[in-house]
Design a protein around this ligand. Structure first.
Ligand code: ATP
Length: 236
Protein backbone atom coordinates (compact mmCIF):
# COMPACT_ATOMS: atom_id res chain seq x y z
CA UNK A 1 0.00 0.00 0.00
CA UNK A 2 1.25 3.49 -0.82
CA UNK A 3 1.95 5.55 2.28
CA UNK A 4 3.10 8.67 0.42
CA UNK A 5 2.56 9.53 -3.24
CA UNK A 6 3.53 12.55 -5.33
CA UNK A 7 1.88 12.90 -8.76
CA UNK A 8 3.40 15.56 -11.03
CA UNK A 9 3.91 18.03 -8.19
CA UNK A 10 5.08 21.55 -9.03
CA UNK A 11 6.32 23.99 -6.38
CA UNK A 12 7.47 27.58 -6.78
CA UNK A 13 9.16 29.96 -4.35
CA UNK A 14 8.13 33.22 -6.01
CA UNK A 15 9.54 32.84 -9.53
CA UNK A 16 11.95 30.04 -8.60
CA UNK A 17 10.57 26.65 -9.49
CA UNK A 18 11.81 24.11 -6.93
CA UNK A 19 9.78 21.03 -7.98
CA UNK A 20 9.11 20.29 -11.67
CA UNK A 21 6.77 17.37 -12.02
CA UNK A 22 7.87 15.42 -8.95
CA UNK A 23 6.67 11.81 -8.90
CA UNK A 24 7.47 9.42 -6.12
CA UNK A 25 5.96 6.68 -4.03
CA UNK A 26 6.83 5.29 -0.62
CA UNK A 27 5.10 2.06 0.36
CA UNK A 28 4.12 1.07 3.89
CA UNK A 29 7.05 -0.50 5.75
CA UNK A 30 9.76 0.79 3.41
CA UNK A 31 12.82 2.92 4.04
CA UNK A 32 13.24 5.14 0.99
CA UNK A 33 16.06 7.65 0.48
CA UNK A 34 16.11 10.83 -1.58
CA UNK A 35 19.60 11.51 -2.88
CA UNK A 36 20.81 14.49 -4.86
CA UNK A 37 22.96 17.58 -4.87
CA UNK A 38 22.38 20.87 -3.05
CA UNK A 39 19.38 22.70 -4.40
CA UNK A 40 17.94 19.62 -6.16
CA UNK A 41 14.63 19.90 -4.30
CA UNK A 42 14.93 17.27 -1.55
CA UNK A 43 13.99 19.50 1.38
CA UNK A 44 11.18 21.07 -0.66
CA UNK A 45 9.80 17.58 -1.28
CA UNK A 46 9.61 16.90 2.47
CA UNK A 47 8.14 20.34 3.17
CA UNK A 48 5.49 19.81 0.49
CA UNK A 49 4.52 16.45 2.01
CA UNK A 50 4.22 18.20 5.40
CA UNK A 51 2.05 20.93 3.80
CA UNK A 52 4.54 23.55 5.00
CA UNK A 53 4.94 24.45 1.33
CA UNK A 54 2.01 24.53 -1.13
CA UNK A 55 1.99 22.60 -4.39
CA UNK A 56 0.99 24.84 -7.33
CA UNK A 57 0.02 21.79 -9.35
CA UNK A 58 -0.16 18.06 -8.95
CA UNK A 59 -1.32 15.88 -6.08
CA UNK A 60 0.13 14.68 -2.79
CA UNK A 61 -1.50 11.77 -0.97
CA UNK A 62 -0.66 10.38 2.45
CA UNK A 63 -2.08 7.06 3.63
CA UNK A 64 -4.80 7.18 0.99
CA UNK A 65 -5.86 10.75 1.82
CA UNK A 66 -5.36 13.74 -0.49
CA UNK A 67 -3.25 16.21 1.52
CA UNK A 68 -2.42 18.64 -1.31
CA UNK A 69 -4.48 21.38 0.34
CA UNK A 70 -4.28 20.16 3.94
CA UNK A 71 -3.03 22.20 6.88
CA UNK A 72 0.28 21.12 8.44
CA UNK A 73 -1.37 20.07 11.72
CA UNK A 74 -3.80 17.83 9.83
CA UNK A 75 -0.86 16.10 8.20
CA UNK A 76 0.81 15.64 11.61
CA UNK A 77 -2.45 14.30 13.04
CA UNK A 78 -2.69 11.85 10.13
CA UNK A 79 0.71 10.48 11.23
CA UNK A 80 3.25 12.07 8.88
CA UNK A 81 6.07 13.47 11.04
CA UNK A 82 8.91 15.60 9.70
CA UNK A 83 12.26 15.81 11.53
CA UNK A 84 13.80 18.91 9.93
CA UNK A 85 17.39 19.52 8.96
CA UNK A 86 19.50 20.98 11.75
CA UNK A 87 17.70 19.10 14.55
CA UNK A 88 16.12 22.19 16.17
CA UNK A 89 16.53 20.98 19.72
CA UNK A 90 15.46 23.41 22.45
CA UNK A 91 18.84 23.85 24.10
CA UNK A 92 17.63 25.20 27.46
CA UNK A 93 14.94 22.52 27.87
CA UNK A 94 15.81 19.10 29.23
CA UNK A 95 15.88 15.96 27.11
CA UNK A 96 12.57 14.90 28.68
CA UNK A 97 10.95 18.29 27.95
CA UNK A 98 12.15 18.15 24.34
CA UNK A 99 10.59 14.70 24.00
CA UNK A 100 7.33 15.88 25.58
CA UNK A 101 7.11 18.62 22.93
CA UNK A 102 6.88 15.87 20.32
CA UNK A 103 3.50 14.98 21.84
CA UNK A 104 1.99 18.48 21.75
CA UNK A 105 -0.87 17.38 19.47
CA UNK A 106 -1.53 14.17 21.42
CA UNK A 107 -4.53 14.67 23.67
CA UNK A 108 -3.93 11.68 25.91
CA UNK A 109 -1.04 12.51 28.30
CA UNK A 110 -0.62 8.87 29.34
CA UNK A 111 0.06 7.96 25.73
CA UNK A 112 2.85 10.55 25.52
CA UNK A 113 4.48 9.09 28.66
CA UNK A 114 4.21 5.59 27.21
CA UNK A 115 5.80 6.68 23.92
CA UNK A 116 8.64 8.42 25.77
CA UNK A 117 9.35 5.16 27.63
CA UNK A 118 9.53 3.38 24.27
CA UNK A 119 11.94 6.04 22.96
CA UNK A 120 14.13 5.44 26.04
CA UNK A 121 14.17 1.72 25.24
CA UNK A 122 15.21 2.40 21.64
CA UNK A 123 17.68 5.13 22.62
CA UNK A 124 19.00 4.37 26.13
CA UNK A 125 21.46 7.27 25.92
CA UNK A 126 18.46 9.64 26.09
CA UNK A 127 17.17 7.87 29.20
CA UNK A 128 20.52 8.39 30.90
CA UNK A 129 20.42 12.09 30.02
CA UNK A 130 16.73 12.77 30.57
CA UNK A 131 17.32 15.67 33.02
CA UNK A 132 20.21 17.17 31.04
CA UNK A 133 19.67 20.31 28.95
CA UNK A 134 19.36 19.61 25.21
CA UNK A 135 22.14 22.07 24.38
CA UNK A 136 24.68 20.05 26.36
CA UNK A 137 24.27 16.95 24.16
CA UNK A 138 26.74 16.04 21.42
CA UNK A 139 25.68 16.43 17.78
CA UNK A 140 24.87 12.74 17.48
CA UNK A 141 22.88 12.76 20.72
CA UNK A 142 20.94 15.82 19.54
CA UNK A 143 20.09 13.99 16.32
CA UNK A 144 18.86 11.01 18.35
CA UNK A 145 16.79 13.43 20.46
CA UNK A 146 15.27 15.00 17.33
CA UNK A 147 14.36 11.51 16.07
CA UNK A 148 13.00 10.55 19.50
CA UNK A 149 10.87 13.69 19.58
CA UNK A 150 9.45 12.72 16.19
CA UNK A 151 8.58 9.26 17.50
CA UNK A 152 6.64 10.71 20.45
CA UNK A 153 4.23 12.20 17.90
CA UNK A 154 3.27 8.63 16.96
CA UNK A 155 4.26 8.56 13.29
CA UNK A 156 2.95 6.15 10.69
CA UNK A 157 5.71 7.61 8.58
CA UNK A 158 8.81 9.53 9.64
CA UNK A 159 10.60 11.94 7.28
CA UNK A 160 14.21 12.72 8.23
CA UNK A 161 16.11 15.58 6.57
CA UNK A 162 19.88 14.97 6.53
CA UNK A 163 20.16 13.14 9.84
CA UNK A 164 23.87 12.43 9.24
CA UNK A 165 24.83 16.07 8.75
CA UNK A 166 27.95 17.08 10.68
CA UNK A 167 28.33 13.71 12.41
CA UNK A 168 31.43 11.48 12.58
CA UNK A 169 31.25 8.29 10.46
CA UNK A 170 30.80 6.00 13.47
CA UNK A 171 27.88 8.12 14.72
CA UNK A 172 26.35 8.23 11.22
CA UNK A 173 26.26 4.43 11.27
CA UNK A 174 24.56 4.47 14.67
CA UNK A 175 21.91 6.87 13.39
CA UNK A 176 21.31 4.65 10.33
CA UNK A 177 21.01 1.63 12.63
CA UNK A 178 18.37 3.42 14.69
CA UNK A 179 16.46 4.30 11.50
CA UNK A 180 16.53 0.64 10.55
CA UNK A 181 15.15 -0.37 13.98
CA UNK A 182 12.39 2.24 13.72
CA UNK A 183 11.26 0.66 10.46
CA UNK A 184 11.48 -2.83 11.98
CA UNK A 185 9.11 -1.59 14.71
CA UNK A 186 6.56 -0.68 12.02
CA UNK A 187 7.19 2.93 10.97
CA UNK A 188 7.71 3.81 7.30
CA UNK A 189 10.73 6.09 6.71
CA UNK A 190 11.60 8.68 4.05
CA UNK A 191 15.17 9.86 4.37
CA UNK A 192 16.93 12.79 2.70
CA UNK A 193 20.67 12.18 2.63
CA UNK A 194 23.80 13.70 1.11
CA UNK A 195 25.67 10.70 2.52
CA UNK A 196 24.48 8.23 -0.12
CA UNK A 197 26.85 5.50 1.00
CA UNK A 198 25.49 5.45 4.56
CA UNK A 199 21.88 5.82 3.43
CA UNK A 200 21.97 3.02 0.85
CA UNK A 201 23.17 0.56 3.51
CA UNK A 202 19.81 0.72 5.30
CA UNK A 203 17.33 1.75 2.60
CA UNK A 204 15.18 -0.50 0.44
CA UNK A 205 14.89 1.93 -2.47
CA UNK A 206 16.14 5.37 -3.39
CA UNK A 207 15.39 8.18 -5.79
CA UNK A 208 17.91 10.60 -7.18
CA UNK A 209 16.47 14.09 -7.45
CA UNK A 210 17.85 16.62 -9.88
CA UNK A 211 16.31 19.93 -10.95
CA UNK A 212 13.13 19.33 -8.94
CA UNK A 213 12.25 15.90 -10.36
CA UNK A 214 13.33 12.31 -9.83
CA UNK A 215 15.85 11.18 -12.44
CA UNK A 216 16.90 7.71 -11.25
CA UNK A 217 14.97 5.24 -9.11
CA UNK A 218 15.83 1.76 -7.93
CA UNK A 219 16.55 -0.69 -5.15
CA UNK A 220 19.49 0.20 -2.91
CA UNK A 221 21.31 -2.87 -4.19
CA UNK A 222 20.89 -1.86 -7.86
CA UNK A 223 21.81 1.76 -7.19
CA UNK A 224 25.00 0.81 -5.35
CA UNK A 225 26.09 -1.01 -8.51
CA UNK A 226 24.93 1.76 -10.91
CA UNK A 227 27.89 3.58 -12.44
CA UNK A 228 25.96 6.89 -12.50
CA UNK A 229 25.43 6.63 -8.73
CA UNK A 230 28.98 5.46 -8.07
CA UNK A 231 30.45 8.34 -10.08
CA UNK A 232 28.20 11.06 -8.69
CA UNK A 233 27.55 10.00 -5.09
CA UNK A 234 29.69 7.11 -3.92
CA UNK A 235 33.17 8.15 -5.09
CA UNK A 236 35.96 5.68 -5.72
P1 ATP B 1 19.91 21.29 0.17
O1 ATP B 1 20.55 19.99 0.40
O2 ATP B 1 20.87 22.40 -0.14
O3 ATP B 1 18.90 21.67 1.22
P2 ATP B 1 17.72 20.49 -1.48
O4 ATP B 1 17.87 19.41 -2.48
O5 ATP B 1 17.06 20.16 -0.22
O6 ATP B 1 19.11 21.12 -1.21
P3 ATP B 1 15.79 22.60 -1.71
O7 ATP B 1 16.20 23.21 -0.41
O8 ATP B 1 14.53 21.86 -1.77
O9 ATP B 1 16.95 21.64 -2.23
O10 ATP B 1 15.80 23.75 -2.82
C1 ATP B 1 15.31 23.58 -4.15
C2 ATP B 1 15.42 24.91 -4.91
O11 ATP B 1 14.54 25.86 -4.34
C3 ATP B 1 16.80 25.55 -4.88
O12 ATP B 1 16.99 26.16 -6.11
C4 ATP B 1 16.69 26.56 -3.76
O13 ATP B 1 17.56 27.64 -3.98
C5 ATP B 1 15.24 27.01 -3.90
N1 ATP B 1 14.66 27.42 -2.59
C6 ATP B 1 14.55 26.64 -1.49
N2 ATP B 1 13.94 27.31 -0.49
C7 ATP B 1 13.65 28.54 -0.97
C8 ATP B 1 13.02 29.72 -0.45
N3 ATP B 1 12.52 29.72 0.81
N4 ATP B 1 12.91 30.79 -1.24
C9 ATP B 1 13.39 30.78 -2.52
N5 ATP B 1 13.98 29.72 -3.07
C10 ATP B 1 14.13 28.61 -2.34
Amino acid sequence: MAMLEFDDVEVFYGKVQALRGMNLRVDEGEIVALLGNNGAGKTTTLSTASALVRAHAGRVAFNGQDVTRAHPWNVVSAGLIHVPEGRRIFSTLTVLENLQLGGYLVKERGLVAKRIERVYELLPLLAERRTQQGGTLSGGEQQMLAIGRGLVAGPKMLMLDEPSMGLAPLIVNQVMQVISEIRDQGTTVLLVEQNARAALKVTDRAYVIDGGATTIEGSARDLMADSRIIDAYLGA
